[in-house]
Write a protein that binds this ligand. Structure first.
Ligand SMILES: [Zn+2]
Length: 305
């Protein structure tokens, strides 16, 4: 199977909204209506759709990411262990408590840990999508996640309701304080909000922030890149382009002659939360051409361009 992130041209830590925009753009580009009887476009269109189906909801995406992690963890052992293919991973097995901080194996041992190590529920890592205003201003964001909690029916001794495990899966709602100027990829640790343990301490929850930087912008690490569409003639001859910064300010930037698609320019302090902003020039593609434009292009063609 091909990597859906790669098919959609987004990074693995991209916020959900960015993936959705990438899908829509590619689906439009390769749509059969726009490419009648073109097998290559059709194949690409199907690949884009297939990739989106794997990532289209946060739940599906989490499931895909977890399966990839498992495959990686078992990659050196000749693939997935028997009975674990597809989505049949046992949540309880995966999230079940073990001892100490041996986080290397996705399966924590269910046998008793050595006496020196404290008994503890497994830690949980989960993403949280927020928009750029929320991230710039900071504040409270509601967050819901599934975790194991001590079974109240049996006081964690084990009963039919918790299949004798002493813990059950439950939806936990909590309020997360996003710090002002939070960074994309920043991790917030919430002690004891991970999986609970029948007899030991709960594990911790680590929330990774994913900031939606809006249309035409993407993160490279925690650094923001903004695409600036420029007409072909401006790329060739030079001129200027208007840029609306993440803070909503519109500035004019100089485009040098002979600028290539993908060329970058740094705008000091115009980026996210007062950092620098790197702009990347892209081609502003014309949807349709006027007669005058066609005429001008014809003469360009005759001139050998
Ligand atoms: Zn119980």
């Amino acid at each position: 199977m091909t990597d859906p992130y790669r098919t959609l041209g987004v990074s693995k830590d991209a916020p959900h909204a960015e993936i959705k925009r990438a899908f829509r753009k590619l689906a439009r580009q390769y749509h059969p209506d726009r490419n009648p009887d073109d097998a290559a476009a059709e194949e690409r269109f199907k690949a884009v759709q297939g990739a989106w189906e794997l990532l289209e909801t946060p739940d599906k995406r989490r499931q895909f990411d977890e399966e990839q992690q498992m495959k990686q963890a078992f990659g050196g052992m000749g693939g997935m262990p028997g009975g674990m293919g597809g989505s049949g991973l046992d949540d309880l097995l995966r999230q079940f408590m073990g001892g100490g901080r041996s986080q290397q194996s996705p399966f924590q041992s269910r046998s008793r840990p050595p006496p020196s190590e404290p008994v503890k529920g497994a830690d949980i890592t989960a993403p949280l999508d927020i928009d750029i205003e929320q991230a710039m201003e900071g504040g409270k964001v509601q967050f819901t996640h599934n975790r194991l909690v001590r079974c109240s029916d049996c006081n964690a001794r084990g009963c039919a309701h918790c299949t004798n495990l002493g813990v059950r899966r439950k939806k936990s709602r909590l309020t997360i304080n996003v710090p002002k100027g939070a960074k994309h990829g920043q991790q917030l640790k919430l002690p004891k909000m991970g999986n609970e343990h029948p007899s030991g301490e709960p594990g911790d929850l680590t929330v990774t922030l994913r900031i939606d930087a809006e249309e035409g912008r993407r993160w490279e690490g925690d650094y923001l890149i903004q695409e600036v569409p420029v007409s072909y003639s401006t790329l060739m001859l030079g001129g200027s382009a208007r840029v609306t910064t993440p803070a909503g300010k519109t500035v004019s930037v100089k485009v040098s002659s002979n600028t290539r698609i993908g060329d970058r320019k740094r705008l000091p302090k115009m980026g996210y939360a007062g950092s620098d902003l790197d702009i990347e020039f892209t081609l502003d593609e014309a949807e349709s051409l006027t007669e005058a434009q066609i005429e001008a292009l014809e003469s360009l063609k005759n001139a050998g361009l």
